[in-house]
Design a protein around this ligand. Structure first.
Ligand code: SAM
Length: 281
């Protein structure tokens, strides 16, 4: 396990992933019924952008760092919960901190809601435990995320989301994502799933989505964001599959994807797509 998220915290991929995560959490908060958020590849919880690792790559400058200037009001309204979550985590842990998915999820948990953070790296799992095991609303598990995905669904609340955010260190992980997602949705058809993928080989993503389309009897969205032209050797884009998307998410994505593509483009190339697939909602 070589992947260390601290080098990449707050980059353009984190921005898309965490922004969409907050839109789903806002949706879940709209009903008083308790929900559970399961994070299968959780990382450390939060990161210091002035720390050694993030400082060495400087990736966050082309991600969170580009969000400093305000967008148009309609985009800011959608961004507000994300900005508020970052501000709240910073107020608690320091002004140079960027939250990972566990810290963001925690910001949205009400009494009775649950966050389950799964991490396989022993050191990271230990850090996560120290950070989140005192809170009655959050639980850390030192486990393989793919095993956890199958074991932890459906949750007792029967309401909530699963974030699947693997490191893609091994060949074939894109196909594994699609297959695992199809299996999970068959086991818990009403959960909201957010599955992140890097875009290097666009054809591999197209294939995975086509297979998932055949396998799913639930609605899904493919949200892609490119910040440079696709290149098989570089992380120039990323995307999320959202299964059972909140009913307004496609409309929201129609606003925020073009705005992010423009703001996060490395030179003059920024592109996006928002494609519904699976069964009709
Ligand atoms: C992309 S990072 C997660 C970032 C985090 N979700 C966030 O948004 O802040 C991927 C994480 O998965 C962990 N990991 C790698 N293989 C795993 C596995 N089989 N099961 C669970 N976690 C794994 C890595 O140690 C790393 O912390």
């Amino acid at each position: 396990m070589n992947y260390r998220h601290a080098f990449h915290a707050g980059n353009f991929a984190d921005v898309l992933k965490h922004f969409v995560l907050t839109r789903v959490l806002v949706h879940l908060q709209q009903k008083p019924t308790a929900f559970r958020a399961i994070d299968t590849h959780a990382g450390l919880g939060f990161y210091d952008l002035m720390g050694d690792e993030a400082g060495r790559t400087g990736e966050w400058h082309e991600g969170w760092g580009r969000l400093e200037d305000a967008f148009a009001d309609e985009i800011e309204a959608l961004l507000d919960p994300y900005r508020a979550a970052v501000a709240s985590v910073r107020a608690r842990h320091g002004e140079t901190i960027y939250p990972g998915s566990p810290a963001i999820i925690r910001e949205f948990l009400r009494p009775g809601d649950q966050g389950v953070f799964v991490e396989l790296h022993p050191d990271d799992a230990e850090t996560l435990r120290a950070r989140y095991n005192q809170d009655a609303r959050t639980k850390v598990m030192h486990l393989d995320g793919w095993t956890a995905l199958n074991a932890l669904i459906p949750p007792p609340e029967r309401r909530g989301l699963v974030l699947i955010d693997p490191p893609y260190e091994e060949a074939g992980e894109i196909d594994r994502l699609g297959a695992s997602l199809a299996k999970a949705v068959a086991k818990w058809p009403t959960g909201i799933y957010l599955a992140w993928y890097p875009i290097k080989d666009v054809a591999a993503i197209d294939r995975m989505v086509a297979e998932l389309h055949r396998a799913l009897d639930r609605p899904a969205l493919r949200l892609d964001l490119m910040v440079s032209e696709p290149d098989p050797t570089r992380l120039n884009g990323n995307g999320l599959i959202v299964v059972n998307p909140p009913w307004k998410l496609a409309e929201e994505a129609g606003l925020f994807l073009p705005a992010l593509a423009e703001r996060l483009a490395r030179r003059d190339y920024g592109a996006f797509r928002c494609v519904p697939f699976g069964a009709e909602g």
